[in-house]
Design a binder for this molecule. Structure first.
Ligand SMILES: [Zn+2]
Length: 144
């Protein structure tokens, strides 16, 4: 079974040390994720590809108890749905990203997190689709 990323251009792929792919404005230096073609602050179109830090600190989180609206959600539904953590992780001093978390228990504000790739679903071609998530640094949860 092949592994494929959930979308092109979201994270570095393939990679043992995945990084989220954001963008940085050449004019005002704001960093965005996902990458954008124009700056949300100054409207410049001089946006450069910018790899985000793999590590950050957990800022806030909750548990997704039911499948999100589809589309865009394309993961398991019904009996196959498993609640998952979702949170904001502060990456360096650049930005906070909203992301899936590998666990729903044992989380603490400010704890160190790192980016991992996790199984998301099996697509129509039988490929394992992977997405990104954050797990507590040194934790055992998740990871492809
Ligand atoms: Zn700008």
């Amino acid at each position: 079974m092949a592994c494929v990323p959930i979308a092109e251009g979201v994270f570095t792929w393939p990679s043992d040390q995945p990084r989220l792919i954001g963008s940085r404005c050449a004019a005002c230096a704001i960093v965005t994720f996902p990458a954008q073609d124009s700056c949300p602050r100054c409207a410049s179109t001089e946006m450069e590809k910018h790899l985000l830090s793999r590590r950050g600190r957990l800022w806030a989180w909750t548990t997704q108890e039911f499948p999100p609206p589809s589309p865009p959600y394309a993961g398991p539904t019904g009996a196959a749905f498993v609640p998952y953590g979702i949170g904001y992780v502060q990456l360096a001093d650049e930005l906070r990203v909203e992301a899936r978390l590998t666990q729903t228990e044992g989380l603490q504000a400010g704890m160190d997190m790192e980016l991992v790739l996790v199984p998301f679903r099996i697509d129509d071609d039988g490929n394992e689709v992977v997405t990104f998530a954050f797990r507590p640094l040194g934790g055992a949860g998740g990871g492809v």
